[in-house]
Write a protein that binds this ligand. Structure first.
Ligand SMILES: [Zn+2]
Length: 439
């Protein structure tokens, strides 16, 4: 299994300059590749990958405008060509429908500011002693926070906007299966708590961005008052980047620990397949991004694969919160302020989220059994469009936000009930607007 291992780098001032040159050249070559491909595409001309590389690197080096490309390692330039080719191909495959997942747009041109990186294959770097040797840069000091599990096949040298340097190695790592256990769990992700398991365990949502927001706001205000292009502005920008990095790191750390705990304690983990991109276009965008659901699910998936556990996402339109997990009766949409309800048929008292998690577990198990037998499962009762997971979570969070004392909101039960019948993010936004006006 191929994974990435990341270490902090400490280049000397001279090496920083050499790296800056490499970043710049890689960016220019990448952008030249895109431009050339765009030109050929517009002119209806077919151009081969080797021809692109020849024109953008080999021929360009001979011209006075691009002569400085010779100052950096050719490995860096060749990899930039490959990256551009990959990005272009993704876009084409996406247009042709041969690429899975979300639509990829036209590749973006690389920018001079922000995160910078160069990719190096085996002939562009070496590990001698405790240093990382990069072609035409030299031996860079590395902080080896852990041992590399195998000889790396490639490395990406990164400069983050906060001024830190990292090396990200691609290495082959053996699977490390955990001893088998017989527990399985379904998880229901949300905003009030990051996740609730079918066993009733609540995983808190620490809201890292929300807690750093005041400091971030202050730092951004300081930055906006500095003169454009001044040294003080650069300093203030770094300060903002540092705060963002802290939020990001804390969130990632928390997600790693949560994911590992879930994978270690359960033989199989099931989760709802949520449409984050849709939700992230609503008023809840910040909270949704701050929760980092996709990151958490991705880590669970990776760790499950590494430790010999099973992870699956269940369909987006299972009616997880309408069905009684004890007897299977579908009760219809539940108003969101009802956190607990009693099943009319069997009399079981349910916590809303735990019930949803239990339904996810049941759906996941059924899917898995069917995958083994190769048969098709008749779908569960079809959920009303209004009560699918995403909008339920959105409305739930809206409720919570409206209750948030600092924002001066008050409980709006009627608004929340009407929220349940919404069927799209667009209507949700319309509702949010009218609710604001009514207040
Ligand atoms: Zn029941």
């Amino acid at each position: 299994m191929q994974v990435r291992y990341r270490y902090r780098l400490y280049p000397s001032p001279a090496q920083e300059q050499a790296l800056a040159r490499a970043f710049g050249c890689a960016r220019v070559v990448f952008n030249d590749c895109l431009r050339l491909r765009d030109q050929c595409h517009a002119g209806g001309e077919k151009i081969s990958d080797t021809e692109v590389q020849r024109r953008v690197v080999t021929v360009a080096k001979l011209t006075p405008q691009r002569a400085w490309l010779a100052e950096v390692s050719s490995v860096v330039l060749v990899q930039a060509c490959r990256d551009a080719r990959r990005a272009y191909r993704n876009w084409f495959d996406s247009l042709g429908g041969t690429r899975k997942g979300r639509k990829a747009g036209h590749p973006r041109f690389r920018r001079k500011h922000g995160r910078q990186s160069v990719r190096l294959t085996r002939n562009g770097f070496a590990l001698h002693g405790r240093k990382l040797y990069v072609a035409k840069v030299g031996g860079i000091e590395v902080r080896w926070s852990r041992e590399l599990p195998s000889v790396p096949s490639s490395v990406t040298v990164i400069r983050e906007p906060d001024g830190r340097y990292y090396a990200s190695f691609v290495v082959e790592r053996e699977a490390a299966p955990f001893p088998p256990c017989d527990r399985e769990t379904g998880i229901d992700v949300g905003l009030a708590s990051l996740a609730v398991t079918s066993g009733g365990q609540v995983i808190a949502n620490p809201r890292f961005l929300r807690s750093a927001e005041r400091r971030l706001k202050a730092a951004q205000r300081v930055m906006s008052r500095k003169q454009n292009g001044s040294a003080n502005r650069a300093k203030a920008r770094r300060r903002v980047a540092v705060l963002h990095r802290k939020v990001r790191d804390a969130r990632l750390d928390y997600a790693h620990k949560t994911a590992l705990r879930l994978v270690r304690d359960n033989q199989a983990v099931y989760a709802e397949d949520i449409a984050v991109s849709g939700l992230a276009r609503t008023r809840l965008a910040k909270s949704v991004h701050d929760a980092g659901w996709s990151q958490l699910l991705r880590l669970i998936e990776e760790k499950a694969a590494r430790h010999g556990r099973y992870f699956a996402r269940i369909g987006r339109f299972e009616p997880t919160s309408q069905v009684c997990s004890a007897c299977g009766t579908k009760d219809g949409p539940q108003p969101l302020h009802i956190r607990q309800w009693t099943c009319g048929t069997c009399g079981t008292v349910h916590d809303r989220d735990v019930n949803a998690a239990r339904n996810i577990l049941a759906a996941g198990r059924a899917d898995r059994l069917n995958a083994c037998r190769g048969g098709a499962r008749p779908p569960l009762a079809v959920a009303a469009a209004s009560e699918t997971g995403t909008h339920r979570n959105a409305a739930l969070a809206a409720l919570e936000e409206s209750r948030h004392p600092r924002r001066g909101g008050r409980q709006r039960k009627d608004a929340v009930v009407s929220c349940v019948v919404l069927s799209s993010a667009r209507r949700f936004r319309a509702w949010a607007r009218t609710a604001r006006r009514a207040r």
